[in-house]
Design a protein around this ligand. Structure first.
Ligand code: SF4
Length: 244
């Protein structure tokens, strides 16, 4: 199944049709009726896919961190293709540091922004070796201090490794959340805040994956596949795309 680029500038989301938000909607609190609707949406995602997995391949916390960092503005498929060759050679910060920028670049050449990503991955490896004894610290502050690791990358890593629930907001999560009226917030940080407050706790660690997968394969940017959407009857945006 082909998937669109994993990330796009949020400004490119021309197909997100903003809905007028009332003052009440700016609050993270939902009405009881809205809470029931949101819970039903996630109950259906869970029923359809109880154990959603990231599509990035990895073999350890460190390799997951590298894979997520490489996936910015690239498809998971292209990252997997590169790391399939890279990780047998460099699956620890020490080995990555030994590989160096010039040694790493040929492995990740097919990925967008590979030069700056190579510099960041090797600089991060140096910090992990020199300051953390070659281990990967599973703390937000420490992760976000690494070159090339922002809030979104740290959230994806910490959530996937069961350290802390987090809902990283990429282009798919942003678009789907708006279409489903889970939020009308204008920035990824505020969308994340709303989702963390509104997604019922039992679904929170998997919400990120469900929203990404739904955005990749069903609620796609240009022509969402509403007729085959499992939450269509709960979606206020469906009439915009189906004309009903
Ligand atoms: S009904 Fe259409 S717009 Fe709404 S979530 Fe489903 S695919 Fe997206």
């Amino acid at each position: 199944m082909s998937s669109p680029p994993r990330t796009k500038p949020l400004s490119a989301l021309a197909t997100v049709k903003p809905r007028r938000s009332s003052k009440a909607k700016l609050s993270t609190r939902l009405s009881p009726k809205a809470r029931v609707r949101v819970a039903e949406i996630f109950a259906r995602f869970q029923a359809a896919q109880p154990d959603p997995r990231p599509e990035l391949d990895y073999i350890s916390p460190y390799t997951f961190l590298v894979a997520v960092a490489l996936s910015a503005q690239a498809t998971d498929k292209s990252v997997n293709k590169a790391t399939e060759r890279l990780f047998p050679v460099a699956d620890t910060p020490r080995k990555m540091l030994d590989l160096g920028v010039e040694g790493l670049e040929p492995y990740i050449k097919s990925i967008g922004l590979y030069r700056s990503k190579a510099r960041n991955v090797v600089a991060a490896a140096r910090i992990l070796v020199e300051q953390y004894g070659g281990e990967t610290p599973l703390e937000r502050e420490a992760l976000q201090a690494l070159p090339g690791v922002g809030r979104k990358t740290a959230s994806v890593v910490l959530n996937q490794l069961d350290v802390e629930p987090a809902i990283a907001v990429d282009t798919h999560v942003f678009r789907v959340s708006h279409r489903l009226d889970l939020t009308q917030a204008p920035t990824p940080d505020k969308v994340e805040r709303d989702l963390m407050a509104r997604v019922p706790e039992p679904y929170r660690t998997r919400a990120h994956h469900w929203l990404i997968l739904h955005g990749r394969y069903t609620c796609v940017a240009r022509k969402p596949k509403c007729p085959e959407c499992l939450v269509a009857d709960l979606c206020p945006s469906r009439p915009l795309y189906m004309g009903v």
